[in-house]
Design a protein around this ligand. Structure first.
Ligand code: ZN
Length: 414
């Protein structure tokens, strides 16, 4: 195997990924005009459905353009040995391995952000705006971006520096230490995400005393669930789309409801959505996801450790001086088929968990308000009622609405 072989394998993988995504997207596109399943005919009124069709088509075309531009950009970048150019540039300013790596990734991140910025502006302020979803002001957008950059620089830069330190210290055995480090960080993030990071972007307040809170407490009592931390977040600051999620565990576990969810659903429907979230907790999905994520990280790091000392990866990208950060980039590109595979497995697992959580809500509360709540959420986000099965299989973390309703109606125990 020569560096040239590896270079062509990288190109092959990028082309394959791009084509696979486009083909799946196109298959899904051909299903947009399928007749609406019988159990979903009451989701949209006629003109709302037409609007949702237009929303899907607009997003499909937009995705086609933005992904093609990115793909062509990466190809040109690789053809002109872009990584070697940036590596050299970084080495002009620094000698320390860690500083060079920080410069290197800093430049790459900035360049790719510049490329994607115009697309995200168009997506939010033109497409989402046109379909009535956007609530983000220019000011919020700019502040979000700046805060995001700071977080990326501090967290990303910090973690990268620690990884390279580990490598300098332990050589190819570094993966073992980095694995522990990343696991500790992700546990910490999971635990304190709501306390540390959410306040940077949103206002959150405990759910006010009242009818809704009583209904939730009554339900929680029937399933013996200790739920004293229910928070409402101002999701309406950015979008009309609604959501609810569970985070943390142990004493830090809490449920977060978007204010848009409270606006759009009836109290019974909100309790049903919450029962679904409690189901995730009771069936230990959060723990399983953490374990699966930890195992995948360990496997990835171990695999990387097998290649990290070889010059092949650096040479494949046209870089004369081998280094940890170039090896990391080349490995990241080569790893993509494996991450596609682990992504599919994680989606399969996640969809299974969704069925289980739906079943839990049906079993401990009621299925009707959950179904009607899910229908309203589909309607208000103009979501696709007829996704292509192959598209669902590859990408969906949740089963389609039709599948979820069928599962709840079937009486099968998940
Ligand atoms: Zn769920």
């Amino acid at each position: 195997m020569t560096p040239t072989h590896i270079f062509y394998i990288i190109i092959g993988i990028l082309v394959f990924d791009f084509l696979l995504e486009r083909i799946l997207g196109f298959l899904n596109y051909t299903w947009y005009s399928k007749p609406i399943p019988r159990e979903l005919t009451d989701v949209y009124k006629h003109e709302e459905y037409e609007k949702s069709q237009e929303y899907k088509k607009t997003n499909f075309k937009f995705g086609l353009i933005s992904s093609s531009v990115s793909f062509i950009g990466i190809m040109i970048f690789l053809y002109f040995k872009g990584f070697a150019i940036i590596d050299e540039l970084a080495r002009n300013y620094a000698e320390n391995q860690i500083v060079v790596a920080l410069f290197f990734f800093g430049i790459i991140t900035a360049a790719s952000e510049l490329l994607s910025l115009s697309f995200s502006i168009y997506g939010i302020f033109v497409i989402e705006e046109k379909f009535g979803f956007n609530k983000t002001t220019v000011k919020t957008f700019i502040f979000d971006k700046i805060k995001g950059y700071f977080l990326t620089a501090i967290l990303g830069g910090g973690i990268l520096s620690l990884i390279i330190l580990c490598y300098g210290w332990a050589g190819a055995n570094f993966w073992w230490y980095v694995w522990i480090l990343i696991t500790a960080i992700s546990l910490f993030m999971n635990m304190f995400y709501a306390k540390l990071f959410v306040p940077l972007f949103n206002k959150q307040a405990p759910l006010e005393e009242g009818e809704l809170k009583n209904k939730i407490s009554d339900y929680a009592a029937t399933v013996g669930f200790h739920l004293d931390q229910i928070f409402v977040i101002d999701g309406s600051k950015r979008s009309t789309k609604a959501n609810a999620y569970f985070s943390g565990f142990g004493s830090e576990k809490r449920v977060t409801l978007y204010d848009t969810l409270i606006e759009q659903l009836s109290e019974e429907e909100i309790v049903a959505v919450l029962a679904h979230e409690v189901g995730h907790y009771k069936r230990k999905h959060i723990i399983y996801n953490l374990i699966a994520g930890t195992l995948t990280t360990g496997f990835t790091l171990w695999l990387f450790s097998l290649f990290v000392d070889s010059n092949l990866l650096s040479e494949a990208l046209g870089v004369a001086v081998p280094s940890f950060h170039i090896g990391l980039v080349a490995f990241g590109l080569l790893y993509s088929p494996i991450s596609t595979l682990t992504g599919i497995i994680m989606s399969l697992l996640s969809r299974r968990f969704e069925y289980q959580a739906d079943y839990y809500a049906k079993d401990t509360y009621k299925k009707e308000p959950l179904i009607s709540g899910l229908k309203t959420l589909s309607k208000t986000s103009l979501s696709n009622l007829t996704p292509h099965p192959a598209y669902v299989w590859f990408y969906f973390s949740h089963p389609s609405l039709q599948q979820r309703i069928a599962a709840m109606d079937s009486g099968v125990i998940y």
